[in-house]
Design a protein around this ligand. Structure first.
Ligand SMILES: CC(C)(COP(=O)(O)OP(=O)(O)OC[C@H]1O[C@@H](n2cnc3c(N)ncnc32)[C@H](O)[C@@H]1OP(=O)(O)O)[C@@H](O)C(=O)NCCC(=O)NCCS
Length: 252
């Protein structure tokens, strides 16, 4: 695993190296407001990783894992959720087996025992990202560029606001699929930060692509909150975005 660190206020990504082994050895990882850590979790496991991850899952999580039809999907689920438990326990200084999760109205998971730690998980292809913060709602999304065969004009009409739509169809055609997926990731990150998921109208989440694609972060108001939106540089094959609440959960 490797982590990026972003301050919710300024949003400069620092890029901190890390590994699962380091996390296991660390007695406790410090996380101070308004910092946000984003961990990268490769989902192609070794036998050892897989066995270790499955051993961390709760009975409910194992039931869910067993419902996937394909072995690869079962393995990815186990690695993502095993690492989520491992990371949260390292931040909290608790046994990973003792963590109890509950979900909000639209399914956003949170920790029952430690509500001040906010987190969000996303997976696509062979990569998962886990974002963590203290007292700030976070949403993260990753999209694999390996996704093929989606109808960009039709989707763009449904989910983009007029400014984004105009921008997308002004750029070179060969860059369009990747740019669309970035915009999608930005919108999904905001909707996931708000806990709304796909129930949020993506066209109502208005980004300024000129800002996003140059400075890589911007502030916006959408889905009932104020968010700082940050494009994540994930390297070849993936695009991603992180949204963090500008206000602390304690303030109003
Ligand atoms: C959240 C949602 C957008 C994720 O879509 P996706 O692109 O397939 O998945 P991602 O990999 O980015 O994120 C999935 C993770 O987000 C988290 N998540 C689930 N619901 C969430 C929500 N409403 N908001 C934020 N995060 C959510 C979970 O950790 C999930 O991981 P898991 O499926 O392995 O448990 C989609 O599942 C959704 O819209 N759900 C809400 C639907 C709803 O209203 N359900 C009500 C019944 S619970």
């Amino acid at each position: 695993m490797a982590a990026h660190e972003a301050g919710a206020a300024g949003f400069e990504a620092l890029g901190v190296a890390g590994s699962a082994e380091k996390v296991l050895r660390a007695s406790r990882i410090p996380l101070t407001e308004p910092g946000v850590h984003v961990w990268r979790v490769p989902l192609r496991p070794s036998e050892l990783d897989l066995t270790g991850s499955i051993a961390l899952l709760s009975a409910d999580e194992r039931d869910r894992m067993a419902r996937f039809h394909r072995d690869a999907d079962r393995d990815r689920y186990a690695i993502a959720h095993g690492n989520l438990r491992l990371l949260l326990s390292s931040y909290l200084g608790q046994d990973p087996h003792d963590l109890v999760f509950a979900t909000g109205t639209h399914g956003k998971p949170h920790l029952v025992s430690a509500p001040a730690i906010e987190f969000n998980l996303t997976h696509s292809g062979e990569l998962a990202l886990i974002a963590l913060s203290r007292n700030r709602a976070v949403g993260v999304d990753v999209e694999s560029l390996g996704r093929k065969g989606f109808d960009i004009p039709a989707l763009a009409r449904r989910v983009l606001c007029p400014r984004e739509h105009e921008w997308l169809f002004r750029i070179e055609e060969h860059s369009r699929a990747q740019a669309f997926l970035r915009l999608w990731a930005c919108k999904e990150a905001v909707s996931k930060a708000a806990g709304a998921g796909f129930t949020a109208g993506f066209a109502q989440i208005e980004t300024d692509p000129n800002v996003l694609f140059s400075e890589r972060s911007q502030q916006l108001r959408a889905v009932g909150g104020n968010w700082c939106l940050h494009v994540l540089e994930l390297g070849e094959g993936y695009v991603g975005a992180l949204a963090v609440a500008i206000e602390s959960a304690g303030s109003s």
